[in-house]
Design a binder for this molecule. Structure first.
Ligand SMILES: [Zn+2]
Length: 249
């Protein structure tokens, strides 16, 4: 039987957060639609609000991925990332983020703005709306940032290098042209990458890239292989969720 993803408080993570800078990975916020399969990709709005409140109360400042490597004044830091660009993040995330004075980054699938997560369709997943250009502008106007998550959300290491190049380079250009902001942060769909893909990301001019490798980041981390954590308790379903996200058990 599938275990529902019961997200809970962050205190179990405090110990890990002391060993490096955490990047938290979120996807969708709000209530679970009927029939949804990968429940762990949702965080209900109240729980997200509570997690932001906990981070704020613990003295965390939010930073962007490249600031992981800048001078630290000993204030604990966190990077808040949202993959895919779901409208539910705009709907439920803006208020708690603003109240806690946090800035977050959404990784957008450049050819799917205003559409749905069709890459999940083969898994029988319920489709969810993705932000259109106007909604992305609203997100930016609220002080948040955007990064690239390819054009169509493929597994980059499993498609021909020429196609991977197009996904990596053109998503950057498309988002820069549309929104007039530099796109310097990348996120690998499914965390799927290899040396060829990472070289492409470097060549395209991205300064950082996020993976789905679990952990916190120390100054020794390669900026194009940043680790992330999901804000939730360790549970039996976490392993299942991770395998669904990364495609490897
Ligand atoms: Zn994704």
């Amino acid at each position: 039987m599938a275990t529902p993803a019961y997200y809970t408080t962050l205190p179990p993570f405090w110990e890990i957060f002391r060993t490096g800078t955490p990047m938290l990975m979120y996807h969708k916020l709000g209530p679970l639609p009927r029939g949804v399969r990968i429940k762990g990709l949702y965080v209900r709005e109240k729980l997200f609000d509570r997690q932001m409140t906990e981070l704020h109360a613990a003295g965390f400042a939010s930073v962007m991925p490249d600031e992981l490597f800048s001078e630290n004044n000993n204030q604990p830091r966190v990077v808040l990332t949202f993959d895919d660009g779901f409208t539910s993040v705009l709907q439920y995330g803006l208020e708690p983020l603003a109240r806690c004075k946090f800035r977050a980054i959404q990784f957008l699938v450049a050819d799917r703005l205003g559409k749905v997560n069709d890459w999940d369709a083969p898994k029988g997943e319920v489709m969810s709306p993705l932000m259109d250009a106007a909604q992305v502008r609203e997100w930016l106007a609220a002080g948040h940032e955007i990064g690239a998550h390819t054009l169509t959300h493929p597994r980059l290491a499993q498609i021909p290098p020429a196609a991977a190049r197009e996904e990596v380079f053109s998503s950057k250009k498309k988002l820069e042209d549309l929104f007039g902001v530099p796109i310097t942060h990348f996120c690998f769909p499914y965390g799927d990458c290899n040396e060829v893909v990472r070289d492409l990301v470097a060549e395209a001019g991205y300064r950082t890239a996020c993976t789905t490798v679990s952990g916190v980041n120390t100054p020794a981390e390669h900026p194009l292989a940043l680790k992330r954590l999901m804000a939730r308790h360790q549970s039996l379903s976490l392993k299942t969720l991770w395998s669904q996200l990364t495609g490897c058990a």
